[in-house]
Design a protein around this ligand. Structure first.
Ligand SMILES: NC(=O)c1ccc[n+]([C@@H]2O[C@H](COP(=O)([O-])OP(=O)(O)OC[C@H]3O[C@@H](n4cnc5c(N)ncnc54)[C@H](O)[C@@H]3O)[C@@H](O)[C@H]2O)c1
Length: 395
């Protein structure tokens, strides 16, 4: 998807385990770029570069004047050594984190863990590089810490807001398509920060969540739907559900059978490249809302579009977490969750409606229309702020 070579690609080798870690800064805007850090066994530089370019599209679409970046570590996050690998990675790429790259949680790296590691490194929290560009870093740090520590029903707001945005994107599409939420079913792959929260807020819109998958397998209740709140209570820090919490009527399927669950709405919220040319013909859904980054390969997407499947692209649907972090930094939202939910809901629903209207009037697929909107903003940022490092405060 990248249109140009990235601004910077870094490969880090862990001196202790030999693990590889990657940072790609797709572009700088006024000397700064943003994007999460993921940890998964098998993570590659190409994957991180693809994700970094999508981050630029995300900031463009959100009209937030910063560039896109991403970090990735090729390591199993549930391994007991994972925390130390993450700590050494943060130390290894510290010059970037000090000045240019604002990172956050992503697949396999929860925000509290990342912040704890940053604190140990003397960097305060993962938004460090942005805080340094504030006119009053101490006051901004206090405000941001308060927002990040805010909990919504026992879950930190940063772990909830992204999935809330995905559910709002789905809700806007369901409304636009003329469906009734109460008569719509959804299946969600992934039950971590994004998947768990998406399932919760879809269920609260009245959508029947008939299937969820974690790394261990699929839980399905095609007839009655799942009790999402019960499953959330049975979830561990890695988004895995304790099967002891299943109710009579809840069935289990092997992990690779997630596409066999019948639902109009499909939310891939786990790994990248989950839907490929090999399995896209098994997709039952007519609406796919991309919570994960790059969950569908290009070839699979073309085939799904030929079948008339509506796809809300990742850099729109999952932009809530990044948008919220920057709105919090800029002081556009308070630490009150209702404030953030309201702003995200109205922005997400507006953009999804616009994408679907443009698509229906023949102006391109939702992804093409979203890219055009984003690219216009990115071109404007380049003209207004330039790329080079600047020490000027940005807010
Ligand atoms: N967390 C964020 O703020 C955020 C923001 C934007 C996009 N994303 C993207 O969303 C996706 C999920 O991120 P997250 O932060 O929720 O991760 P997470 O680590 O909190 O949860 C991942 C979930 O996916 C499950 N999983 C892993 N492999 C699986 C497989 N093969 N099949 C089914 N389930 C599997 C895990 O068991 C877990 O439930 C990633 O693609 C990430 O890049 C995350």
């Amino acid at each position: 998807m990248a249109l140009e070579d990235p601004f910077l690609s870094v490969v880090w080798t862990d001196p202790v385990t030999g693990t590889k870690g990657y940072v790609v800064i797709d572009r700088l805007v006024g000397g700064i770029a943003t994007g999460g850090t993921r940890m998964r066994s098998g993570c590659t530089l190409d994957e991180v570069a693809d994700l970094a370019s999508r981050m630029s599209y995300k900031t463009g679409a959100l009209n937030i004047p910063v560039g896109g970046a991403k970090g990735g570590i090729d390591y199993e996050p549930s391994d007991p050594g994972a925390r130390e690998v993450l700590r050494r990675f943060v130390e290894g790429v510290r010059p970037l984190l000090d000045h240019y790259w604002v990172t956050a949680e992503d697949l396999g790296v929860p925000q509290p863990l990342l912040d704890a590691v940053f604190e140990e490194a003397g960097l305060g929290m993962s938004l460090h590089a942005a805080l340094m560009r504030s006119t009053d870093p101490d006051r901004t740090l206090r405000r941001v810490k308060e927002a990040f520590a805010t909990e919504v029903e026992g879950i930190p707001l940063p772990d909830v807001i992204g999935g809330y945005g995905v559910a709002e994107a789905a809700g806007a599409a369901i409304e636009h398509l003329g469906w009734s939420p109460g008569e719509s079913c959804a299946v969600v792959q992934g039950f971590g920060s994004m998947g768990g929260s998406t399932a919760r807020y879809l269920a609260r819109q009245g959508v029947r969540v008939v299937g969820v998958a974690d790394a261990r397998g699929v839980i399905v209740n095609q007839e009655k739907g799942l009790d999402v709140e019960r499953l959330l209570r049975a979830r561990n820090d890695y988004g895995e559900i304790d099967r002891a919490a299943l109710r009579p009527g809840d069935d289990e399927l092997p992990v690779e059978e997630w596409l066999s669950v019948e639902a109009e709405v499909l939310v891939p919220a786990a790994i990248s490249y989950a839907i490929t040319a090999d399995n896209c013909d098994s997709v039952h859904a007519t609406l796919i809302v991309e919570a994960a980054n790059v969950p569908i390969t290009e070839e699979a997407e073309s085939r799904l579009l030929e079948r008339g499947v509506v796809i809300i692209p990742d850099f729109i649907a999952n932009s809530g977490a990044a948008g919220w972090a920057w709105w919090t930094l800029f002081g556009d939202v308070s630490a009150r969750p209702a404030d953030s939910f309201e702003k995200l809901s109205s922005e997400m629903r507006w953009v999804v409606r616009r994408l679907l209207e443009s698509w229906e009037s023949g102006k391109g697929t939702p992804r093409q229309v979203a890219r055009e909107i984003s690219q216009r903003n990115l071109d404007r940022f380049a003209a207004e702020y330039g790329e080079a490092k600047s020490s000027h405060p940005i807010f």
